[in-house]
Design a protein around this ligand. Structure first.
Ligand code: ZN
Ligand code: ZN
Length: 175
């Protein structure tokens, strides 16, 4: 299937005392997690720590993916930044719901955890930039690229402007 560059072989941790830790940097130009989910320029740093009962894995990641802006409908590169925390316990320990069993060879695969947490960081309504101008409602021109000359359509609130006027109450009195 897809290449998984997130396998850590942590067998050496088994002989260390609790508290021992090491860092593992990751850097990948492109990672294809699933058929419809890939990230570019992925960088991360994972810290693995030997605990009393197993291993604690903590990682910080960032990367980019292509999204489609809901305002201007153009594809753009969206920056993601996310964390992972995984707690592994040795076989034979009572694992809680949040804990994973550490395989006997201490080889763990962080691919799924990394992908799942990254997916949570993707906005539901992606916008290419804070001040994206969107499309002209009259002709569909991408207003980020240039002005088509159409007036902006009035927003509804403008129609009852009079009611919000500080003189609205005064007008009632006069009537
Ligand atoms: Zn946009
Ligand atoms: Zn226009």
């Amino acid at each position: 299937m897809f290449k998984n560059p997130f396998i850590l072989k942590l067998g050496s941790f088994l002989h260390q005392s609790p508290g021992y830790s090491r860092e593992y940097p990751f850097e990948h130009e492109k990672v294809q997690f699933k058929e419809d989910f890939s990230l570019n320029n992925l960088e991360g740093l994972v810290n693995a720590t030997r605990t009393q009962q197993g291993l604690l894995i903590q990682g910080n990641f960032e990367g980019n993916l292509t999204l489609n802006c809901v305002r201007c409908l153009e594809d753009y590169s969206h920056f993601l930044s996310w964390k992972i925390t995984e707690l592994y316990v040795f076989e034979g320990q009572d694992a809680t719901e949040d804990e994973l069993i550490l395989p006997a060879n201490a080889q763990i695969d962080l691919g799924e955890a990394i992908a799942d947490e990254a997916l949570l960081d993707i906005p539901i309504n992606p916008i290419c930039k804070e001040d994206c101008q969107g499309l002209c409602q009259a002709c569909g021109t991408n207003l980020n690229l240039g002005d088509c000359g159409h007036e902006e359509l009035p927003i509804e609130e403008d129609s009852d402007e009079e009611e919000h006027s500080p003189f609205a109450g005064l007008k009632d009195l006069l009537d």
